[in-house]
Design a protein around this ligand. Structure first.
Ligand SMILES: Nc1ncnc2c1ncn2[C@@H]1O[C@H](COP(=O)(O)OP(=O)(O)O)[C@@H](O)[C@H]1O
Ligand SMILES: [Mg+2]
Length: 365
């Protein structure tokens, strides 16, 4: 029964194929013309026998007709990326309107020494791949510093822990903890960037103390400030302490903004943290005495991976901090803006909804 069915099915299909053969040829010709990938057919001598408009588009009509295709590739410095039995994949540079692009050429042998080549512009993919590799290198680079510090301290502990004076041991423990915190901060930023992109980023807002978030953040940023001889001035108004926010996330915002202020400003400068109430919100400011940010770059600061060309060489970073701060602040109903004059420092302002003060809450109950 089953075999009979498949037999009749086969007949039906092959019958249709015969009927539609003429139509198919026309369709194939149309497809050949309409295809967005370039197609080049070469004869047994390697001359270009025919090519579709897409191939002309990328390779140029004059360059193609009657040419030996392999010579063309040789000129563009094609390199082999894959060579399987069925086909050969190569990549080559080619000039695009704006800049150089990357072509992928897949060559499939046909009977009689002829060959079919598909030619595709893969510039965008190549670019993405390059960005990804660059990003991985930067992540590795950023991880290396705290890990090196961690291992150096651990080596000392392993060698001398038993004979070491308590004082020295506690300094070592401090270094170990700081390296650990720095690693944690990095990994958290990476994971948050991922969940923001995936749309699964969450905050849990509840009445919280700004002062508390700030002091948690200081455990992380204080060593950075100290190593650059920078002073932190806390100018938070007493009535601006209670906010409706995720305390851990607010700590993260402080940590990111203060570490930027420390990282990009010179030694011996001052970082100021202010908080004032403004309507139903508390407005927090982190101000530094650093180099400021060029005007044309200011609108891009909250983009993922964006780093100013003026500071990129000078301090490490992944360009994620500000984009994460913005996601956190927005998720809590606040806003974040940057005010910066080149040469005159940078102030980052963010707002969080105000919560009632503990005293007010106590009064009601
Ligand atoms: N306080 C600041 N002073 C000068 N430039 C800053 C400051 N804060 C941020 N920037 C600029 O914004 C860019 C993005 O900051 P961020 O998202 O925190 O990433 P990262 O600090 O890892 O580079 C930084 O690379 C720097 O160019
Ligand atoms: Mg940063």
């Amino acid at each position: 029964m089953n075999e009979q069915q498949s037999e009749s099915e086969r007949r039906r299909v092959s019958g249709r194929r015969r009927e539609d053969a003429a139509l198919d040829q026309a369709t194939f010709a149309e497809a050949f013309v309409a295809l967005t990938d370039g197609i080049v057919l070469t004869d047994s001598e390697g001359h270009v026998a025919s090519a579709n408009p897409a191939a002309f588009g990328v390779l140029g009509e004059d360059a193609l007709i009657g040419q030996i295709f392999e010579e063309l590739l040789l000129v563009s410095g094609a390199t082999k990326t894959q060579d399987t039995e069925g086909h050969l994949v190569r990549r080559a540079w080619f000039p695009r309107e704006d800049r150089m692009g990357v072509l992928e050429i897949v060559t499939t042998p046909l009977p009689g020494g002829r060959a079919l080549h598909t030619v595709r512009d893969v510039t965008a993919q190549a670019e993405l791949l390059r960005l990804k590799e660059e990003f991985l290198m930067e992540v590795a680079h950023e991880l290396r510093t705290p890990i090196a510090a961690l291992i150096a301290s651990l080596d000392l502990v392993v060698e001398d822990a038993l004979t070491m004076p308590r004082q020295e041991l506690s300094v070592l423990a401090g270094t170990l903890r700081r390296s650990g915190l720095r690693l944690e901060h990095l990994v958290e930023n990476l994971m948050d960037a991922g969940s923001i992109e995936a749309g699964t980023f969450q905050v849990r807002a509840m009445p919280a103390s700004l002062r508390h978030s700030l002091s948690e953040a200081l455990a992380f940023v204080h060593p950075m400030l100290e190593s650059k001889g920078q002073e932190l001035a806390n100018e938070m108004a007493p009535d601006a302490d209670r906010v409706l926010a995720d305390e851990r996330r607010t700590t993260q915002v402080f940590a990111n903004l203060i570490s930027n202020a420390s990282k990009y400003a010179p030694e011996g400068t001052k970082v100021t943290v202010r908080a004032v109430t403004a309507g139903g919100f508390v407005r927090i400011t982190i101000a530094d005495e650093g180099p400021g940010i060029p005007l044309d770059e200011q609108k891009r600061l909250f983009e993922r991976f964006f780093r100013s060309r003026t500071v990129r060489e000078q301090a490490g970073g992944l360009g994620l901090g500000l984009s994460i701060c913005r996601a956190i602040v927005h998720a809590q109903g606040g806003d974040i803006v940057i005010e910066s004059t080149p040469g005159r420092g940078t102030s980052v302002h963010f707002t969080l909804p105000k919560a009632r003060h503990l005293a007010e809450e106590a009064q009601d109950s």
